[in-house]
Design a protein around this ligand. Structure first.
Ligand SMILES: NC(=O)C1=CN([C@@H]2O[C@H](COP(=O)(O)OP(=O)(O)OC[C@H]3O[C@@H](n4cnc5c(N)ncnc54)[C@H](OP(=O)(O)O)[C@@H]3O)[C@@H](O)[C@H]2O)C=CC1
Ligand SMILES: CC(C)(CO)C(=O)C(=O)O
Length: 302
């Protein structure tokens, strides 16, 4: 008689020890997934997770199990390609890799690095998390996530990846084509992030009439380049989305504002920079985005 296959829960490897990575790690652990952290050092790592409903600590001490079959890569956009290059020798032949970050432009760089059976995914999230200190992560805002497969090899493990990402950063919407969602997130980030970094203000400040004309210009330019790139957005739809996010996150400081004020590298190159590169390809001028990009570069301590 044939033996039934044992039902195993796959081991996930989360890269880094950032806010989103630790949030995902804690939630995977809560859902019963074995999970390990691929960090810059191999020292043992304990951390504390806190949310509105929960608080617990997690010890991740066992040596890393390689090759990695399921990997979540929630690092800043500018760190993605280096991280993937470092991971390549550690990935299984049919590994599944989930990118998660703000901004765009990394997918095209990562796809050619993978082997034919290695699947690539993108997860875009509106969850909020921050590190209160090196070893404490706070789940500060319940959000949701959008997940999409980026190559054919991703479909070989579709159910496993979707189920795990539901646990890690759900509630989850799975899109056949994630690009429109990424462009919509880009619109929000290309308006709110540079303005809040430049004016050193909370997101909610941008609802003041003082910012109306700058926001309108940035949105009109965004829509021109998005349309040229084949994304069918109207100015009105983007205005409504940006207004909604400004209201919903009124008390937040954007990630770019925080990086900028702390003198850390920002994701400007993958947000406004990406938009400007797209505009160039389509022979469009984006004077408002160009101006804010130059101002932030000049003022940036790095
Ligand atoms: N935090 C949030 O609430 C939200 C964040 N996002 C986006 O998600 C992404 C991740 O955000 P967040 O978690 O805040 O970012 P962090 O910078 O806090 O976390 C990234 C982590 O990855 C580590 N890392 C980078 N490269 C490597 C590598 N090659 N090997 C090992 N570790 C590496 C970093 O280490 P080191 O510091 O040493 O470089 C850091 O610990 C960003 O794009 C952000 O914009 C989106 C929505 C909400
Ligand atoms: C949505 C927003 C603007 C929330 O602050 C964000 O994604 C960020 O800060 O990077």
């Amino acid at each position: 008689m044939a033996q039934p296959h044992p039902i195993t829960t796959p081991l996930w490897t989360v890269v880094g020890q950032g806010a989103i990575g630790l949030l995902a790690t804690a939630r995977l652990h809560q859902a019963g997934y074995p999970v390990q952290l691929h960090r810059r050092t191999s020292a043992p790592f304990d951390f504390m997770f806190q949310s509105a409903d929960d608080a617990f600590s997690l010890s991740l001490h066992t040596p890393l199990k390689i090759p990695y079959s399921f990997v979540l890569l929630p690092v800043k956009a500018y760190a993605v390609v280096d991280a993937v290059q470092q991971l390549l020798p550690l990935l299984a032949e049919n590994a599944q890799l989930v990118l998660s970050h703000n901004g765009m432009g990394t997918i095209e760089q990562v796809l050619p690095l993978l082997k034919p059976k290695q699947g690539l995914w993108f997860l875009s999230t509106s969850h909020g998390a921050f590190k209160a200190n090196q070893t404490t992560v706070i789940h500060s805002g319940k959000g949701q996530s959008v997940l999409g497969a980026l190559n054919q090899a991703a479909f070989a493990q579709q159910q496993s990846v979707e189920k795990a990402m539901q646990a890690a950063l759900g509630p989850l919407v799975v899109e056949d084509d994630i690009k429109p969602s990424l462009w919509l997130k880009l619109a929000v980030n290309a308006v709110i992030n540079p303005l809040t970094a430049l004016h050193q203000c909370k997101n909610g400040e941008l609802s003041r009439s003082h910012y109306t004309s700058a926001i309108t210009l940035l949105i009109e330019e965004f829509v021109r380049v998005a349309n040229a790139a084949g994304q069918d957005f109207s100015v009105e739809a983007i205005q409504n989305r940006v207004k909604q996010v400004i209201e919903q996150t009124a008390e937040n400081y954007s990630s770019m504002q925080q990086d900028f004020v702390k003198g850390r590298r920002t994701e400007l190159e993958y947000i406004t920079g990406f938009l400007l590169r797209q505009a160039e390809q389509h022979q469009l001028q984006l004077p408002a985005h160009q101006a804010i990009y130059q101002l932030l570069l000049q003022k940036s301590p790095r």
